[in-house]
Design a binder for this molecule. Structure first.
Ligand SMILES: *[C@@H]1O[C@H](CO)[C@@H](O)[C@H](O)[C@H]1NC(C)=O
Ligand SMILES: *[C@@H]1O[C@H](CO)[C@@H](O)[C@H](O)[C@H]1NC(C)=O
Ligand SMILES: *[C@@H]1O[C@H](CO)[C@@H](O)[C@H](O)[C@H]1NC(C)=O
Ligand SMILES: *[C@@H]1O[C@H](CO)[C@@H](O)[C@H](O)[C@H]1NC(C)=O
Ligand SMILES: *[C@@H]1O[C@H](CO)[C@@H](O)[C@H](O)[C@H]1NC(C)=O
Length: 588
């Protein structure tokens, strides 16, 4: 339900005003009734914009109900009413959502009397006020003796290269129906009804509508990749199911994972494929209880055990046990290259399980440190894959800052980070905490295959320094390819076009922390260049999207924000403004 509020907050850009609710102790039924009355009255008085206060009152009410030992059905009925009253969704969506999220909410609320400001902040955004810091900060132990890295030298031309495709946020909708209604008023359309002219779902997908893509578009992308790009490796960075988050069952999620994986093996029988989990793989969405939650109907075993089985076709047996445990793994690609796939949902601020305990969930970061220490000792380089970029406000602060320190410590071992989640084409820099603050690393944030909600289907291609004795395994080139969706729908011809590559757009022949930092500096000095290149590519040149002063500053800030909620980054932009910007651009 709150997740729904969250998503809807992004869909409708309705302003969300913060009104300070009277502080009240709610410990009796009478208080509960009074609170409910207050919400309802505020709403009846036409203050439908007061989502923040309504959200807080609503969470408080829920907590009281839980304390009063209300039955699940009473709780569900309250959530449903709030969903309808707040006009968060139509009744059908509301009733689905609440069933879906019931277990997670009841359990989390029951075990933690959470301050409502926190949930509402997560659900609606910083305009609901700064939450009290209920999270304890923790430090993962990182070994000393950071090696003095040798200066990076671009490999000579003519050495072997490695062609990699990154496929992210495919979001397949198995119920996608051409000709159905494109703008149906729900969070996901292009499924039902008969669309009128200009409101008809296209055969290959639909622009400018809250729709995901049909399976045929996914197949077409795989066909194009296998025939034209011919990669040796595929990084598949999560988010496979559609955005019908209010009615997904576990079986739906597993079906999407199975179907897409089978097609992947069919088109790429001999290619190495390395998947990561996205926040949409679970049901309910974003719910990834850490391994300590063992109750059958709550634990995440259903998902971890399933992907362990499905992914075993691409991974050796020694990589599988951590997948069954918590959805992450490491695999040796070659003698000198190791690939680590993280379950970044352990930093997802909508994964409410973390509100119970956010200290290094599933020991993933401690494990990462051990992996990187081993790799450093063995002279092995490491590529990290994941879904949620760790510098965004979606990624909880303690995790994000620890991760940042790990990358700093192991900057000469980690040679690439490939993320997704935002559906947009951008990157995010990381800097050392040593006095010179030199760039240590950066994350590629890859555009999505899904159109959701006004983006042409995209594929990312990288050329890496390949397998040879002194390989750096760093990227020499990146490319973004787009499907011409209008042409596909009008003429039934599927044409993939190169949108840009880093060499022709940026005159770069080597994508390493220093050169990416230089690129950032160029954008900072030359706004015209920024607009003609980065800004155009970020959303694939959507019409009518000018970038005003604020947008320009925020984009620059986003590029150098490698850790979340960092008050010292972009000092000339207030933290509130940054957070608003990041949240507004969330695609859930
Ligand atoms: C609820 O609000 C109505 C109208 O504002 C009022 O008459 C009624 O007494 C309130 N109920 C409670 C329990 O406060
Ligand atoms: C709720 O149930 C628990 C145990 O199940 C009990 O200890 C507590 O007193 C009950 N609370 C109320 C308000 O009935
Ligand atoms: C974590 O480390 C930082 C410095 O690296 C220190 O300032 C902070 O107090 C530490 N926090 C805890 C909880 O140990
Ligand atoms: C469009 O092409 C596909 C094959 O790519 C075919 O299956 C489909 O029937 C065609 N649709 C129309 C309307 O011609
Ligand atoms: C591209 O970079 C090279 C150096 O790597 C430089 O000599 C050349 O002038 C640059 N070209 C443009 C168009 O900036």
């Amino acid at each position: 339900m709150l997740l729904a509020v969250l998503c809807l907050c992004f869909f409708s850009s309705t302003a969300c005003y913060h009104l300070t609710p009277e502080s009240e102790e709610h410990s009796t039924t009478l208080d509960y009734l009074r609170t409910t009355n207050k919400t309802v009255n505020a709403l009846l008085e036409g203050k439908l914009e007061v989502k923040c206060v309504a959200c807080e009152v609503f969470v408080e009410t829920l907590q009281i109900l839980v304390q009063l030992n209300a039955s699940s059905s009473e709780i569900v009925s309250l959530i449903t009413k709030a969903c309808i009253i707040l006009k968060i969704e139509d009744e059908r969506v509301c009733s689905y959502i609440t069933e879906e999220f019931r277990d997670e909410f009841v359990t989390v609320l029951f075990r933690l009397i959470l301050h409502p400001t926190w949930l509402c902040y997560a659900a609606i955004g910083p305009s609901c006020g700064e939450p009290p810091d209920i999270f304890t900060f923790w430090n993962v132990t990182i070994p000393g003796n950071k090696p003095t890295g040798e200066p990076l030298v671009r490999p000579k031309d003519g050495l072997p290269t490695l062609k990699v495709v990154q496929l992210s946020d495919v979001h397949i909708d198995l119920q996608y129906t051409p000709g159905s209604v494109k703008k149906c008023g729900e969070p996901l359309c292009c499924r039902d009804g008969k669309g009128l002219k200009d409101d008809e779902a296209g055969f290959w997908g639909s622009m400018n509508a809250p729709c995901d893509i049909p399976l045929r578009t996914y197949k077409n992308a795989l066909e194009f990749i296998s025939q034209q790009i011919k990669p040796e490796v595929i990084f598949w960075t999560g988010d496979i199911p559609a955005h019908d988050v209010w009615k997904q069952s576990r079986a739906d999620q597993l079906q999407h994972i199975q179907v897409t994986a089978d097609l992947m093996s069919q088109y790429f029988p001999d290619t190495r494929v390395y998947p990561s989990l996205g926040n949409h793989e679970s049901s309910p969405v974003d719910s990834f209880p850490p391994p300590g939650v063992t109750t059958d109907h709550l634990s995440n075993n259903w998902l971890n055990n399933f992907v362990q089985k499905v992914w075993s076709r691409w991974l050796p047996p020694e990589s599988l046990s951590t997948i069954g445990y918590a959805g992450y793994y490491a695999v040796q690609y070659s003698e000198r290259l190791r690939i680590i796939s993280l379950n970044t949902q352990y930093c997802d601020n909508l994964n409410f399980w973390l509100y119970l305990n956010n200290r290094d969930p599933a020991n993933m970061l401690a494990w990462l440190v051990a992996e990187l220490s081993w790799a450093e000792g063995a002279g092995v380089k490491v590529v990290i894959l994941g879904h949620i970029p760790t510098g965004r406000s979606d990624c909880m602060k303690a995790f994000s800052w620890n991760y940042y320190r790990i990358i700093d410590r192991f900057e000469s071992t980690v040679v690439g980070q490939y993320m997704g989640h935002t559906h947009q084409d951008h990157f995010s820099m990381m800097y050392s905490e040593e006095p010179d603050h030199h760039p240590t690393a950066f994350q590629f944030i890859s555009p999505s295959l899904t159109t959701y909600s006004n983006l042409r289907p995209s594929i990312r291609v990288y050329t890496l320094d390949g397998i040879h004795r002194k390989s750096t395994f760093r990227p020499l080139k990146s490319e973004t390819w787009l499907l011409d969706l209008d042409r596909a729908n009008e003429k039934n011809e599927t044409v993939w076009e190169l949108e840009y590559d880093s060499q022709s757009a940026y005159n770069m022949t080597w994508l390493v922390p220093d050169t990416m930092h230089q690129l950032y500096k160029t954008f900072q000095q030359d706004r015209g260049f920024f607009e003609k290149t980065f800004w155009k590519f970020k959303f694939h040149d959507q019409p009518n999207m000018p970038c005003d002063d604020n947008c320009y500053r925020n984009n620059l800030c986003e590029m150098i924000t490698g850790r979340s909620r960092d008050p010292n980054i972009c000092k000339d932009i207030s933290l509130d403004k940054q957070e608003e910007f990041f949240l507004r651009h969330n695609m859930c």
